[in-house]
Design a protein around this ligand. Sequence first.
Ligand code: SAH
Length: 235
Amino acid sequence: MLEEILAGGANALGICLPEEAPERYRAYYDALSKANRQFNLTAIEGEEQTARLHFLDSLAVLKYAALSGKRVVDVGTGGGLPGLALKLAEPGLDLTLLDATEKKVAFLAELTERLGLPCVCLCGRAEELGRAPEYRERFDVAVSRAVARLNSLAELCMPFVKVGGHFLAMKAADSDSEIAEAETALVKLGGRLADIREYTIPGTDIRRRVVIVEKTAPTPAAYPRRWAAIQKRAL
Ligand code: SAH
């Protein structure tokens, strides 16, 4: 079932999955379900929901961004979404999965090793790691889903991106006001709103968006601020 939904959905999105993908998504699904019984990893459960709302939603990013061989960081990855779902489709991705919760990062480290898909699994707060020289402006792409409003999220993600790279925010289709509210923040952080691409998750009537921000200038040293400041005075 999971396998059929993914195959059909990937086809509808125009994405070609590698030969090993079905069994890897199955193993990923099994690991997510098992971990979910031990701690709260995701509210989405069951094969169909997971295949559509997690895996196919993540895969839609590949329609709009060629990620093969790119250095990508998934900020606030949780159970590995969208990052690990993308890596199963594009095993050549140089992927860093970042989250503040130790249990989630430990889950991802164990799983990616077992799948034979090496990723950097990084535990820490994005606003702190984004100041560290080894991570600042070192990624071609920062991607993120369901972490924060776009103005705050941009402050967490943009510092990781190299000039010339991209920040991809996965958002609901009704995000016009959120995007408008973030426009000054994007500019202050060295970005330019490049595109907004809308899609339907295959097999559902759920409309979603990838907000594509190009990094055109270095992020000023003042950013990212501490989380309390980001929330109190959004850019
Ligand atoms: N991206 C996943 C998880 C969303 S839940 C998905 O779409 O399913 C939000 C996740 O972001 C949580 O796992 C939380 O630990 C993490 N998070 C929130 N703020 C963070 C921060 N400042 N730095 C790092 N991780 C953060």
